[in-house]
Design a protein around this ligand. Sequence first.
Ligand code: PLP
Length: 426
Amino acid sequence: SAENQPLADQSPAELAAFLAAQQQAYTDLQGKGLKLDLTRGKPAAAQLDLSDALLGLPTGPKDSAGVDTRNYGGLEGIAELRAMFAELLWVEPEQVVAGGNSSLVMMREVLTDLWLKGGVDSERPWSQEEKVTFICPVPGYDRHFTLLDWFGIDTVTVPMNSDGPDAEAVAALAANDPSIKGIWIVPTYANPTGSIASLEVAERLASMPTAAPDFKIFWDNAYAFHHLTEDEAKSADILSLASAAGNPHRPIMFASTSKITYAGAGVAFLAGSTETVSWYTTHLGKGAIGPDKLNQLRHAQFFGSAQGVRDHMTQHRLIIAPKFDEVDRVLTERLGGLGVASWTKPTGGYFVSLDVLDGTASRVVQLAKEAGIALTPAGASFPKGDDPHDRNIRLAPTFPEMGEVSAAMDGVATCVLLAAAEKLAG
Ligand code: PLP
């Protein structure tokens, strides 16, 4: 039998039989009338429930410094929460801003400030540059790319490897072209590959010479504490590395509790040099008098300490790690040995990155859609939605219930096989 033999090695007759079998499997799949959604990395209801003690907090309106959190003021956030996340992010409390509910909004604010005013080390606002370009490790986070596109910022891609962005490629680009102003990196458990930037990669990026004096590393540590195994990766200390290399203003770090407490009502953080922090709050102050300190206070009380955050993340792991195991189990069972797909087995974060046969990712997503399984659009992990190999699909298994994960992955596997058979037999 041709089962589990690489499809590319099968005879035309075997391939024709395989195609017919997959067409039948797909018809059966459509007959199930599924309605499943694996598009976005959202916490499941059971994960949100872990934080419901927040609904009864804070116990009073004053923070431990005696600040009445009901009132205006305190743009940089309340001291006790800044200190807690400074410890978690390996920076000093005065290097941290605790803000509103979204780190993505903070990233957009920083880009806007750079655009309109320039950074602490800029010669002029970025809007006055002839051209601004960002380096984008791919596959990456779609919202980074759409935000750059919205600004009219050009993008140049580098490969995202298992130890982070291809640092030599980044250094070569940044060294020669002054229009290259920055890079966006998800250093820990990257979206969607799960990659972890190594200390060596971080060191290279922190210290590399750049043609632009105000080159920025947007260090988006959205998944810093989101471990899927007991082996907890520690993010490289990018601020210290950059500071030691004489580039203290290069990195700006972002994080949030969106996938720690509530995705819609958490607290977001920015960290950087103290100059960067006052640069950010000065611009912020033109449109805000203070953040939602009450929400910050209830978060501080809910966690109690940095260790409280780590312990809370263990509860998340116990809920979602089995879903990631299930993705791997079903894909291995259905696709193993056929040479038509490879996928990541992440040790943290929210995604599995699935590479299918070149030229078939869009077809797989379309087939899945027509069978009632919504996947992130093919190409979404690339700037302008353009995956040059039409190969990558991002899977987000956290939100669906376990049974739905199984059904969805089984369906996706059928679509991967049908698309591959169509391509190879056609
Ligand atoms: N950064 C990355 C890499 C993400 O994957 C996400 C959400 O999926 C965000 C940022 C959004 O963060 P926030 O909810 O803090 O805006």
